[in-house]
Design a binder for this molecule. Sequence first.
Ligand code: HEM
Length: 378
Amino acid sequence: MLTTLWVRLGAFLGKVFLIVVALGLIGWLLATTWFAWHYRGPVSAQEQIPLGESAMTQGIIQTAISVVDQHRESTRYLRDAHAKAHGCVKAEVQVVSDLAPALRQGVFAEPGKVWQASMRLSNGNAYPQMDSAKDARGMAIKLMDVPGPQLLTDQQGRGEQDFVMFNHPNFFVSDVAEYAQNIAAQANGQSKQAFFPGWDPRTWQIRHMFIALGTLAPAPNSPTESTYYSVSPYKFGAANAKFRVAPDPQSCPQYSLPPQNQGLPNFLRNALNQQLSADRVPACFVLQIQRQDPSKFMPIEDTSIEWKESDAPFETVAKVRIPAQDFDTPALNLACDNQSFNPWFAIEAHRPIGGINRLRKAVYEAVSEYRHSRNAEQ
Ligand code: HEM
């Protein structure tokens, strides 16, 4: 009697299991088919600015500034995002000597040219936390002494071209409206509402939630071992493009980083110090451009979409070298904190485009000004 009951229960649970697996497979198949149908080319090669976009920007600035206030570290005011630096290092960016004519745009116009640059490596979080915490990792590069007019009319003296990236190819929101809703929910501590704003399933952002979870990744062994993406698009002369910076160990002396104690809070800074300062070994990267092909699904106005490499390859336009150096001193670390990187510190040939970049124009400037003025008052 008891045996029969167990056999029946086993058979029933087996059936339930098979039904759940089958439903899961059907759901996955339907979602994949819908995605392929909904998200397909061609797309516009021009920016398309939605009505009401700029009106949302002021609210986002206020949220960003409240985040800066909330997370201020003892007496200093830190960045709203990427608050913790692993270090600011000097770098050299050399345009490849046999660059194809179509790729000779803006700061890459002259093959072989070497730009002196400053690079800040960071964690993505709004306040400093253990490097072992899951997070995005940032790289910001500033080329110096760049001739020609700057995009921001009040910043003409800068002579800079910035490249601001993190180590995930796409963003957890599509556009400014979604960013406004998401960040307001997060700032209020309602992380569930950030991706599930209401009961209506049409408002649920399940795909974007998975992008956010994928962005918050375990730390690399060293900041020199990650690939960093622009995520959002930029002009590249007359074309539109995204860019990335990827490790290129073949261009540097062979080096293997000794194992770091990943239990230490700042082990990514330690790893950088070990390579550049203690072992005196440079780090090498390539800077690559991915040009938009508007006949493919490579949209300008949706940063949640990764442009597929099968649709347009990344092409190397420059080599980036971080020479051996001592970057970890109190004076250099303070200067690092006081520096500002901004995708709009740029020349026309590399103009940031798309909604998320239009938003960044106002927000980076406002937050940078706010933290600088507050720190000057201390
Ligand atoms: C395309 C997606 C984005 C990427 C790749 C990105 C990357 C970065 C990186 C690497 C930094 C640190 C720069 C440094 O080292 O000084 C940074 C800073 C910052 N980001 Fe973003 N970010 C993105 C989108 C956004 C958005 C949508 C906002 C808000 C509207 C935002 C707001 C900020 C702010 C306020 C700072 C600090 C600026 C300062 O005080 O100097 N970012 N971002």
